[in-house]
Design a protein around this ligand. Sequence first.
Ligand SMILES: [Zn+2]
Length: 68
Amino acid sequence: MPQIDTSKVSRWDQHGREHVVRVRRTGVQRTISCDTCGWRRGAQFLPWLKAQEHLAEAHQATVDPTAA
Ligand SMILES: [Zn+2]
């Protein structure tokens, strides 16, 4: 039975709105999907990097709420 886990990348835009891209892993496949606009794609490598790129390009959301 393949292990499934989910994590997410969240960024805030300049208006303080939170945008979340979820990274879902099923075996070796990873699917990333955006809660804000429904964008999704498969990403075998560096899904978090692709998530960050989408957040920055589509939503101008570049502020990492977990950054110190
Ligand atoms: Zn989006």
